[in-house]
Design a protein around this ligand. Structure first.
Ligand SMILES: [Zn+2]
Ligand SMILES: [Zn+2]
Ligand SMILES: [Zn+2]
Length: 86
């Protein structure tokens, strides 16, 4: 399995969430299915099951490599670059 180096380069402590929900969905009038938090800048975006896929769009726009789930009770992180849980 590929070794992810991006998680080690993340800021500590993790950035505070910039919003309570996906701001792009608010703008577009779409509804997030689940939320993801960018661990580089605190951007909140919706998952790939949501119509807008704004977390993935955020990665495509910024190159910020790692996000974590922003759902209560869940605890996992995903590296967009390596396509692995980290
Ligand atoms: Zn990585
Ligand atoms: Zn969204
Ligand atoms: Zn970001």
């Amino acid at each position: 399995m590929k070794q992810c180096t991006h998680s080690e380069a993340l800021p500590h402590p993790e950035p505070a969430p910039l919003a309570a929900t996906c701001p792009e969905c608010l703008r577009d009038g779409t509804h997030p299915v689940q939320l993801r938090l960018c661990l580089t800048c605190g951007h909140v975006g919706c998952c790939d099951s949501s119509p807008g896929r704004h977390a993935t769009e955020h990665y495509a726009r910024t190159g910020h490599p790692v996000m974590r789930t922003f759902e209560p009770g869940e605890d996992w992180r995903w590296c967009f670059v390596d396509h692995v849980l980290v």
